[in-house]
Design a protein around this ligand. Structure first.
Ligand code: RIB
Length: 289
């Protein structure tokens, strides 16, 4: 049987401009190219897990605009079940993104329908989906939805993965129902109150209920096993576009967990998929081999 994963989270349309150097205040610059594609941290993670072969269910909320059908078709084309997508009047989420010549990005998310996802409908959906191996959440939808979904998941014996991106308030309730907490360095500092370093990771790993894995971009990731911090290096590549690399990591890691792979093997798979994704332009389009 395939591993079964439910991702609860955002779906956006990414509007990516590629430019040598990001403009300064008041400056106008010419870009090199532009592409529109499918994004949103939730949808990205779902597509990554779907491409790896999991049975993936997406619980998200779209608007009544042209992006609705495009997004649903795209998810279906990438092996993601869309039976539980909600729709509300108004606009779907969009994300204008700038990527510079080093592959670094700056992202603005206009949440639109993502902010209107209904928590009780999400719980009904989970109960209709039935037994799951892993539930994944991020922070591009309201906190209350993640809280209720993770509480339901843990009460039903399902492992939960929280990717607190973009950084925001996290509640005790949510953390207590989280099995795996996966911030990047910036989110680690903003949420846990001190810069990432090995001692800080060790300290928070002792104090916090979930296991913590910190993604470190081109440096790989850090985690604690048997009371010791391990840094797992990523393969060296030339980055073209880092957009969605963190989501590739989370979606692949969730696939590994759901497939009963070890933590170490899940991390290696996640690093490999995230690293591959930065060598190509686009968000979900960079996940395909
Ligand atoms: O993590 C990358 C994603 O952040 C983009 O796809 C964008 O839509 C925002 O959600």
């Amino acid at each position: 049987m395939n591993p079964k994963i439910c991702i609860v989270g955002s779906a956006n349309i990414d509007q990516i401009s590629y430019v040598d150097t990001i403009p300064s205040d008041g400056e106008t610059v010419f870009g090199d190219s532009y592409q529109m594609g499918f994004g949103g941290k939730g949808a990205n993670q779902a597509v990554m897990a779907g491409l790896l072969g999991a049975d993936v269910y997406m619980i998200a909320c779209l608007g009544t605009d042209v992006y609705n059908k495009m997004t649903v078709d795209n998810l279906n084309n990438n092996n993601v079940n869309t039976d539980f997508i909600q729709t509300v009047n108004g606009s779907s989420g969009v994300a204008p993104i700038w990527v510079d010549k080093t592959g670094q990005n700056r992202i603005i998310v206009i949440p639109g329908a993502n902010n209107l996802i209904d928590a009780d409908t999400a719980i009904d959906s989970l109960s209709n989906i039935g037994p799951l191996d892993v539930v994944v959440g991020q922070f591009e939808i309201p906190l209350e939805v993640n809280e209720k979904v993770f509480e339901y998941a843990r009460n039903n014996g399902v492992q939960t993965v929280l990717n607190p991106a973009p950084a925001g308030d996290v509640s005790e309730k949510l953390l207590n129902n989280t099995s795996w907490f996966i911030p990047n360095e910036v989110e680690f500092e903003e949420m846990l109150g001190e810069p990432f370093n090995e001692n800080a990771l060790l300290k928070h790993s002792k104090e916090t209920k979930p296991e913590i894995i910190v993604t470190l971009g081109e440096k790989g990731c850090a985690e604690v096993s048997d009371g010791k911090v391990y840094i797992h290096q990523a393969k060296k590549v030339t980055a073209i576009d880092t957009t969605g690399a963190g989501d590739a990591f989370v979606g692949s890691f969730a696939y590994g967990l759901a497939s009963k792979m070890s933590k170490q093997d899940s991390i290696q798979l996640a690093l490999e998929k995230a690293t591959n994704s930065v060598t190509k332009k686009g968000t979900q389009s960079s996940y395909k081999d």
